[in-house]
Design a protein around this ligand. Structure first.
Ligand SMILES: NC(=O)c1ccc[n+]([C@@H]2O[C@H](COP(=O)([O-])OP(=O)(O)OC[C@H]3O[C@@H](n4cnc5c(N)ncnc54)[C@H](O)[C@@H]3O)[C@@H](O)[C@H]2O)c1
Length: 307
């Protein structure tokens, strides 16, 4: 079996690459826009350093491949607000290039990394896949475009597809230093150094965090189970406040960090939690948990800091 991971040098993609070690031949297509070669250190893979917008490179990348995990994207909501055309080019057109070349090459199935951002700031929780989408940013709009194109390719019999709407993913190799870094790696990074941690707003906002190994497992499951088709939320279907998350991380790290509060961030949703029945009904059961995942992630960053 041969698989292609677009965006394989990134946080989530590198865990899909890791999953397939000793199980399949792995090819990565990544232009290192936000990913790093060191995320793939020690993992066997063929690396094609190019953009998903480079049709020739995509053609080479899909050749002889059974399954594609399509993760390459502009991943940040604020960056997409600042650069909507680049976001559209990369996420919508880029996905179309991958879909077209995958269909031509006879790939068995493509799994698209989509996002809970599609639900926008609809206050209703839990979020169900059948809710009317309310994308509020170019990032969310282009993820929805990707879902529609995946559905169109499947409906036309060109390529089997499945789209996974991730909620908040965390785990080893998530970048704490990027301008658009997520809460978990920032909190851990600062807690380990006993530096002040800023929570935006009152900290009572809730999120549905899922450990990255379960995201990788859901991708593999979606690719290899023919009955998995269409759109699925991927999360634990649970919630934690940002304040509790921060306190848990400070406890796990033995941190003396001071917890500060900053102004609420424009566009932040108050509560986000997934309905997870649709994917569970197909037989998928995540193996991890927030508590265990946080422990492993803290250990990863502790070792990295000590290295
Ligand atoms: N991390 C989360 O919580 C989360 C939540 C919802 C959805 N997602 C989606 O999951 C996917 C992976 O996200 P991540 O958190 O691992 O981010 P990441 O930035 O670590 O990974 C994205 C990868 O895509 C690569 N890339 C970007 N543009 C490219 C291009 N034009 N051609 C080839 N490669 C390109 C980057 O270099 C990077 O390696 C993305 O599609 C993202 O939108 C992530």
């Amino acid at each position: 079996m041969k698989v292609l991971v677009t965006g394989g040098a990134g946080f989530i993609g590198s865990h899909i690459v890791e999953h397939f070690q000793g199980r399949a031949e792995v090819r990565v297509l990544d232009n290192l826009r936000s990913g790093f070669k060191h995320n793939l250190a020690g993992f066997e893979h063929e690396f094609i350093e190019a953009s998903i917008l480079d049709r020739e490179a995509v053609r080479r990348a899909v050749e002889g491949v059974d399954y594609i995990f399509h993760l390459a994207a502009m991943i940040s909501v604020p960056e997409s607000m600042a650069k909507p055309i680049e976001c559209n080019e990369l996420n919508t057109n880029g996905t179309l290039v991958v879909l077209e070349e995958a269909a031509k090459a006879g790939v068995k199935k493509l799994v698209l990394s989509s996002s809970a951002a599609i639900y926008g700031d609809n206050p209703v929780v839990p979020k169900v896949e059948t809710m009317f989408p309310e994308p509020k940013s170019p990032y969310a709009i282009t993820k929805l475009d990707g879902e529609y194109y995946c559905r169109m390719f499947a409906a036309e019999g060109k390529l089997q597809t499945a789209c996974l709407r991730y909620f908040n993913v965390f785990g080893p190799r998530q970048d704490p230093k990027s301008q658009y870094a997520a809460a978990v790696p920032i909190f851990i990074h600062r807690a380990l150094k006993h530096e002040p941690i800023t929570i935006y707003g009152d900290g009572e906002q809730t999120r549905d965090f899922i450990y990255v190994k379960d995201i990788a497992a859901a991708n593999v499951y979606a690719a290899t189970q023919p009955a998995v088709a269409g759109v699925y939320n991927v999360a634990y279907g649970a919630k934690i406040t940002i304040k509790e998350l921060c306190q848990t991380i400070c406890r796990l790290t033995g941190s003396r960090s001071e917890i500060k509060h900053g102004p609420e961030r424009a566009g932040d949703v108050k509560h986000s939690m997934a309905a997870v029945d649709r994917l569970r009904a197909t037989g998928f059961q995540p193996q991890g948990s927030l508590a265990e995942g946080l422990k492993t992630t803290v250990e990863f960053f502790r070792n990295k800091a000590g290295a």
